[in-house]
Design a protein around this ligand. Structure first.
Ligand SMILES: [Zn+2]
Length: 357
């Protein structure tokens, strides 16, 4: 991919007011993996699995394009889980040797153990990204886990320091990100739900490791921070957060100063006070206007209302309508409806803004 072609695609999308995208995963077809379930095992093997993942990617892309989504993704069809699949490809991590840890201070999970120096011996998602690039001329976004969320999904018996391990992962993520960029990815997103939990670490080294992960990139970069998928452990946790969710307040000032281009956060149906967006004024913002923890499909007007509220704090040319988080646990029919609502809701506000010019 010639570099200037990539830049042209990005600047074309900049001309689209309120370009829509999703935060990440979309449901997988039932012939590939058990639907509506995280960490769902594959139903195919070997060559059939490779073909199956590519077919699912094509379907997912087609659904996004059909719904009028402007910045498309692979819908995470080629990975089992947004963090573990990346880690599985690294050396230094033993997947047989598992320990139970508390993920994001919230729920117990059996996780692999770091047993030696971590490294990436070969690209993880680069071939998948090249495949997606061949299928569409639209700008593409690719998601990677962030360093802090990666360490939170492991037991570390080697470095024995969360910070040290995070810096190692940041270096590895940077290698992968540079190759994704060279493969024609326009926007690289780092998923850091852990930023809403470990505030002291975020400020002392979390944002710094993220900046290490984006070092030398020319494409756009995003950090996605959220309250997680609509799974029970997350919805139970949300019950404990009270009527105002001010977690973003802790990380935003540092992120506003960082080299990250775009902040992706959840807004619709969350208890996040919308004025917290003031703290990242100047950044582009992917505004979550679709609730992924509910099967109720938003109306376009509800989406429009969330975007209008966000417009009080985000300049129109910096607002990217998005989903709150990934939609992997939803049914395909619900996810399809939500994609359309997002697109139609953005169209309503786009029209209003253009009428006002
Ligand atoms: Zn999320």
């Amino acid at each position: 991919m010639p570099f200037n072609l990539q830049r042209n695609r990005i600047s074309d999308i900049m001309k689209t007011l309120l370009p829509t995208s999703t935060a990440g995963s979309l449901p997988k077809p039932s012939w590939l993996a058990q639907p509506e379930q995280l960490w769902s095992p594959w139903k195919l093997q070997d060559e059939e699995l490779i073909d199956g993942k590519q077919d699912a990617l094509r379907v997912s892309l087609q659904e996004q394009q059909q719904a009028g989504i402007d910045i498309v993704s692979d819908g995470e069809q080629t990975r089992q889980h947004f963090v573990t699949t990346f880690i599985e490809h690294l050396s230094g991590v033993d997947f047989e040797n598992r320990k139970t840890v508390k993920i994001r201070d919230r729920y117990d999970a059996s996780v692999p153990t770091v047993v030696g120096p971590v490294s990436r011996n070969k690209p993880v998602f680069v071939e998948d990204a090249k495949f997606l690039r061949q299928q569409t001329k639209k700008p593409i976004k690719w998601a990677l886990p962030g360093p802090m969320t990666m360490i939170d999904t492991l037991y570390d018996a080697h470095y024995k320091s969360r910070e040290k391990l995070a810096w190692e992962f940041a270096k590895i993520l940077n290698q992968e990100a540079k190759e994704l960029e060279a493969a024609g990815v326009d926007i690289i997103q780092f998923d850091e739900p852990a930023f809403n939990v470990f505030f002291d670490d975020v400020n002392s080294w979390g944002v710094a490791t993220l900046e290490r992960a984006i070092e030398g990139l020319n494409c756009e970069t995003v950090v996605h921070i959220c309250y997680g998928y609509g799974i029970k452990a997350n919805t139970d946790w949300k019950q404990t957060l009270g009527s105002e969710w001010r977690q973003y307040e802790e990380a935003f000032p540092k992120l506003q100063q960082s080299g990250i281009d775009i902040i992706s956060l959840e807004c619709h149906n969350s208890h996040v006070p919308i004025e917290l967006l003031e703290l990242v004024r100047g950044k582009k913002v992917m505004v979550g206007a679709i609730d992924v923890a509910s099967n109720k499909i938003e109306t376009p007007e509800e989406v429009a209302e969330t975007l209008r509220k966000a417009l009080q704090y985000v300049d129109a040319d910096k607002l990217y309508p998005c989903t709150n988080c990934g939609m992997a646990p939803l049914s395909r029919q619900v996810a399809r409806g939500k994609l359309q609502a997002l697109s139609q809701g953005a169209a309503i506000v786009r029209k209003e803004l253009q009428g006002a010019l």
